[in-house]
Design a protein around this ligand. Structure first.
Ligand code: SF4
Length: 440
């Protein structure tokens, strides 16, 4: 595309999970096909899109404060189009609330309405005051073009929505019921990505383990099909749900050189009582049996997790059980967070724990996991590992990439190394980061 003085630009600000990052790539794809180019500064943009998240109170506050900053830009450039998309606007009543707070918003699109972006822009440019489409229908979100933000790693949706209704989680309300994509379409997209040179593909779904193909096969069937694809590439998947995880998945991973030895398996709590209150539908016995089997079949498997503290019914004793689970399992790393009540959810109606207790617990949990992560990383010193180089490192003169089991390693390198598989000898670990030396 040739750049000229009338060239128009877009800037997308994304909040939340990988699902949203990939949604933003699709919004970018629609804009790129309509002639817009991406830019990183809001000041230069003709369209600013906020692709929002509402999984935690913090994510909403951050987005709202950034949306507020656009008021000045809109005054300076009245033709600027401001769109708010994603999970936040899908909450009942939220679109109206945002519009009354920020009347300069031109477009509001829900989680299944990205397809409408092009016609929304055309209508706004033809004088329509505001375009809103928040009708929840996941059948409308397929086959959108994507302008991918990375040249090595690519996201691939295998399903949308969630039926689990964990009592703390707003996702089923804003992403709708679970719907699996057609297996042949997934495989077709995967082949296309490999042909374009992507080296690592991550299958995405709120709960990939409940995937059901058109011929009635589960996630293990899809994984087994992918494991037959020849060529050098890596495959990851997230997020897994312990209640639906089966041992067959581990067996397929063990037999396939392309499926990474890494699972992200949210624990959430180490207390059976809290897991029940969360409606997670597994207990610690089931969770530990998955971990034991995974480590028996793939001894060096990387296991990462999500853990929540401060759920309304979590007592000191329950929290101790979470700490004990973390000490026993020794996750490679953990995404830890503080519970915050989300509207419409069952847990938001329960009696809440005070903020000070939540803060004390998260500090204790983070300190414990950091110690375990450092100990786990130190065990890798002296080993040679295959790393897929992803990007420049935050350390000068270095690039960084992930091992098969998901550990990030920094080493000396340059632009030419990005996108390549390299053999790296792990030499040292410093405050959570690993450093190595190339062997080739
Ligand atoms: S499985 Fe539970 S936590 Fe995950 S998206 Fe569904 S409801 Fe939310």
């Amino acid at each position: 595309m040739q750049v000229n003085s009338s060239q128009k630009y877009f800037n997308i600000i994304t909040y939340g999970c990988q699902m949203n990052v990939h949604e933003s790539e699709k919004l970018a794809g629609i804009l790129y096909e309509s002639g817009y180019l991406p830019c990183s500064e809001m000041e230069k943009a003709d369209i600013i899109i906020f692709n929002t998240c509402c999984i935690r109170d913090n994510a909403e506050k951050k987005a709202e404060s950034k949306i507020g900053m656009v008021k000045k830009l809109k005054k300076l450039k009245p033709s600027l189009i401001v769109a708010v998309c994603g999970c936040m606007v899908q909450q009942k009543g939220k679109a109206d609330e945002l519009i009354s707070k920020f009347p300069f918003i031109d477009i509001v699109l829900g989680t299944s309405n990205s397809k409408m972006l092009k016609s929304a822009i055309e209508k706004i440019n033809s004088g329509l005051k505001r375009f809103i489409d928040i009708e929840l229908d996941s059948s409308k979100i397929e086959n959108l073009p994507a302008l991918r933000s990375d040249r090595t790693n690519a996201w691939l949706n295998i399903m949308y929505g969630c039926d689990n209704f964990c009592t703390y989680c707003i996702v089923p309300y804003v992403r709708g019921r679970e719907r699996s994509r057609n297996k042949q379409e997934i495989l077709c997209e995967l082949y296309g990505l490999l042909e374009k040179g992507y080296k690592e593909i991550t299958l995405l779904g709120q709960n990939v383990n409940s995937y059901k193909s058109e011929d009635g096969e589960g996630f293990d069937g899809l994984l087994s099909e992918i494991s037959k694809i020849n060529g050098k590439f890596r495959l990851r998947f997230m997020t897994s749900h312990p209640k639906d995880f089966n041992e067959n998945i581990i067996d397929i991973m063990a037999d396939s050189p392309n499926i990474c030895n890494h699972i992200h398996l949210p624990l959430q709590s180490g207390s059976d009582k809290v897991l029940k209150d969360m409606n997670r539908k597994y207990n610690m016995e089931k969770y530990l049996s998955i971990i034991d089997y995974a480590r028996k079949i793939i001894p060096d498997i990387g296991i990462t997790t999500d853990i929540m503290v401060g759920f309304p019914t979590e007592t000191e004793e329950d929290f101790e059980q979470t700490l004990n689970a973390v000490k026993t399992i020794k996750f490679s790393s953990a995404f830890t967070f503080v519970y915050s009540p989300r509207r419409f959810t069952a847990a938001s109606k329960m009696e809440q724990i005070d903020e000070q207790t939540k803060r004390k617990r998260i500090i204790e949990l983070v300190a414990l996991q950091n110690k375990i992560t450092a100990e786990n990383n130190k065990k890798l010193i002296g080993k040679d590992m295959e790393v897929l180089t992803e990007d420049f490192s935050r350390y000068e003169g270095m690039v960084c990439g992930r091992t098969d089991c998901g550990r990030m390693v920094n080493f000396e390198g340059n632009q030419q190394d990005i996108g390549k598989f390299m053999s790296i000898g792990i030499e040292k670990v410093k405050t959570g980061s690993m450093f190595g030396k190339r062997r080739d």
